[in-house]
Design a protein around this ligand. Structure first.
Ligand SMILES: N[C@@H](CCC(=O)N[C@@H](CS)C(=O)NCC(=O)O)C(=O)O
Length: 209
């Protein structure tokens, strides 16, 4: 059975399309559009998974949600390709960044986005919040100054996981060439990958690339 991706425009699920392209696994898409006023996903996604978020994939009669879990599922399905490297330290970094992307880096970025929508005091709160984000951006920059990919010398699914928070950070949280040249070079490298480009073609509008 072909994997079905429930894909919300301009969202984290772009990573799943990219990984599927990297792994050359066949898939089909069901597209969903955000509500233009609230930016929320349409109610139809709740019929797929109770949280109504994207991404969600269906495969072999199973529903798999949560990007990190989907990434692990797809890597496993592809026989471990782009998964944990053989080297122990690389493998530990692989696991770390797989979790760090959604567990630690996304929450402050999302908080900043939400604060920006609060009338009047939102902008002030955002500026107060920025130093917390800067700690992350400087940390990520220092990691990428030591090695080309998040796990080590090889591109892995950890890079795919890190793409969305890094793209979001560039767009709205001050990640830039002046202070984070290695991070920007990494973004340029991922965007140049043929599979990344193929996923953009399949996925439709994506404002972060
Ligand atoms: N940690 C979850 C987050 C899922 C999530 O919040 N997805 C967003 C897309 S970027 C979404 O569906 N937003 C629409 C909504 O909340 O209604 C994951 O990585 O899968």
């Amino acid at each position: 059975m072909t994997i079905l991706v429930h894909h919300l425009e301009n969202s984290r699920s772009q990573r799943v399309l990219w990984l599927l392209e990297e792994l050359a696994l066949p898939y089909e898409l069901k597209r969903y559009q955000r509500d233009p006023a609230t930016m929320l996903a349409p109610p139809a996604l709740r019929q797929v998974h109770p949280l109504g978020k994207s991404p969600v994939v269906e495969d072999d009669g199973r529903v798999v949600a949560e990007t990190g879990a989907i990434v692990e599922y797809l890597v496993e399905k592809a026989g471990g390709r782009l998964g944990a490297p053989a080297d122990r330290d690389d493998a530990l970094r692989y696991r770390y960044f797989l979790h760090y992307a959604e567990g630690s880096l996304m929450p402050p970025l999302f908080t900043k986005l939400v604060l920006g929508r609060v009338p009047l005091l939102g902008g002030v709160a955002q500026r107060r919040f920025q130093p917390m984000i800067d700690v992350h951006l400087n940390y990520v920059e220092s990691e990428l100054s030591k090695r080309p990919w998040f796990a080590g010398d090889q591109f892995t699914a950890a890079d795919v996981m890190m793409s969305f928070p890094m793209e979001a950070a560039r767009q709205r949280a001050g990640l830039g060439a002046e202070h984070h040249p290695n991070s920007i070079a990494w973004l340029q490298r991922i965007h140049a990958r043929p599979a990344y480009q193929a996923a953009l073609q399949r996925g439709g509008p994506y404002a972060y690339s």
